[in-house]
Design a protein around this ligand. Structure first.
Ligand SMILES: NC(=O)c1ccc[n+]([C@@H]2O[C@H](COP(=O)([O-])OP(=O)(O)OC[C@H]3O[C@@H](n4cnc5c(N)ncnc54)[C@H](OP(=O)(O)O)[C@@H]3O)[C@@H](O)[C@H]2O)c1
Length: 429
């Protein structure tokens, strides 16, 4: 059987999984692809490190340039992460005519436009299934499965760590810091969980999805992002009483004017909505196309084996492309859509939790400010319990543009009867 040469950059969590399973499942992969995928060189940072997988010492190097310069390598797999070295590696690989596979969502979100431009100029494909939702084949589905559709919306839970923390907060009535500690103890959160909990890991994936779905590259400054660090146990419990679960939700959709919305933030999801039952480290995406209607994808969004599954699928496709020649897969810009809707103009329902003095007339003052911005209240609860000399007041607000709602909240915050920073969350309608 003919072989195709692979240069593997990175032998960490994902790289080690890819190497191990390319060897373990060699027979079935070769059978299906019609070619043998042969790892010819591996680049790492520290050559001397003791590793969970044993690759021959003579193929390991600390210079990724050797992968790019090796004529026996046709496909370069970038699994080193980070931005600068990964960017250099991918651009040099494309220049050298190598097909690229990557799982690097941060790099694609930050510099995808330049990378895909270079790939298009060279007529070489890039495969990046592992960059979004780990083992779920969502990139192939959007790029190929839904090619005949206008994508009307994507609602997605894209960060397993945040979902695990929110699930713990819901099921065990924990506050954020304790739920984060448990996620770290279970190995579901990094020692530095910043990108996971501040929403940016999910936002990187949302940028890639939105750009693929709508055919123009969406910049990191065009997506509204908020993380779960500010969600507190009270909000989870009040949301529950009102019939919702709080999820870190990515929303990507078009409106009637074909303007594109992309935002990621904690959102109240009605309990009967299918995404409300996605718990723990799982990811899920609900994609609505004008032809296909609603579709649902569910699975593990990270971890060695699920991510390896996606990388090997990309490798197989890359090998088949290389062997047969063909249309370059990457990012295909088109002019059907072309602009993002500023977040200020995006409309949604909201959850507003206030800490107010326990006195008559408070609700009337709050309602009056909302009314003066033409914002309606859909329901109110005043749960039992004092926070010092204040009590909680929770409102569910009808759909209103975000800028109007934000201005109204600033007005409410300045009322003498409001004792703490209001908590404003989005509600999925
Ligand atoms: N982990 C997941 O579940 C997951 C899921 C989806 C996507 N991804 C993406 O996959 C990529 C890899 O993630 P990971 O978790 O496998 O990372 P990781 O465990 O930190 O592994 C990184 C690997 O890259 C090597 N490396 C780093 N800088 C290098 C350089 N300049 N030159 C050569 N080698 C270098 C490291 O070498 P040493 O071993 O010598 O330090 C290590 O083997 C990231 O882009 C990540 O976002 C990860």
């Amino acid at each position: 059987m003919d072989q195709i040469g692979i240069g593997l950059a990175g032998l960490g969590t994902v790289g080690a999984g890819v190497y191990k399973h390319l060897i373990q499942n060699r027979a079935i992969i070769s059978e299906r692809v019609g070619l043998e995928l042969a790892v010819r060189r591996i680049a790492v940072r520290s050559v001397g490190l003791v590793r969970s997988v044993h690759a021959p010492a003579e193929i390991i190097t600390s210079h990724w340039e050797e992968l790019v310069d090796d004529p026996a390598i046709e496909i370069v797999v970038e699994l080193i992460g980070g931005i600068d070295a990964a960017y250099q590696l991918i651009m040099r690989a494309l220049d050298a005519g190598k097909v690229v596979v990557t799982g690097n969502k941060a790099l694609l979100a930050e510099r995808g436009f330049e990378i895909f431009e270079k790939a298009a100029e060279k007529g070489i494909p890039i495969f990046f299934e592992a960059a979004v939702a780990g083992g779920i084949p969502i990139i192939k589905s959007i790029r190929e499965g839904f090619i005949g559709n206008h994508i009307e919306s994507i609602h997605a839970i894209l960060n397993g760590t945040s979902n695990y923390i929110l699930s713990k907060m819901t099921e065990e009535s924990l506050d954020f810091p304790e739920a984060l500690r448990q996620a770290q103890a279970e190995g579901y959160a990094e020692a530095d969980p910043t990108l996971d909990v501040n929403g940016w890991d999910a936002a990187h994936k949302a940028i890639i999805l939105a750009s693929l779905a709508y055919g123009f590259w969406i910049g990191t400054n065009q997506i509204h992002v908020a993380g779960i660090e500010t969600v507190n146990g009270l909000d989870v419990r009040f949301a529950d009483r009102l019939g919702y679960k709080i999820k870190l939700l990515a929303t990507i959709r078009t409106n009637r004017d074909d303007l594109v919305e992309a935002h990621v933030h904690p959102t109240l999801v009605p309990k009967q909505h299918v995404l409300a039952s996605v718990n723990g480290v799982f990811n899920a995406l609900m994609v609505r196309g004008d032809l296909v209607g609603d579709t649902l994808f569910y699975g593990r969004g990270a971890g060695q084996d699920p991510t390896t599954s996606s990388v090997i699928s990309d490798l197989a496709q890359a090998a088949i492309w290389y062997d047969s020649g063909g249309k370059a897969f990457g990012f295909t810009p088109h002019g059907w859509y072309g602009e993002c809707l500023p977040i200020e103009q995006v409309s949604s329902g909201y959850y507003l939790r206030l800490s107010v003095i326990d006195a008559p007339g408070v609700l009337a003052q709050v309602a009056s400010i909302l009314g003066s911005h033409q914002i309606g209240i859909s329901s109110v609860i005043q749960p039992e319990g004092h926070e010092g000399d204040a009590v909680p007041l929770v409102l569910i607000i009808h759909d209103a543009p975000f800028d109007r709602m934000r201005t109204a909240v600033q007005g409410i915050q300045s009322l003498d009867c409001v004792k703490a920073q209001p908590m404003l969350l989005w509600v999925l309608s």
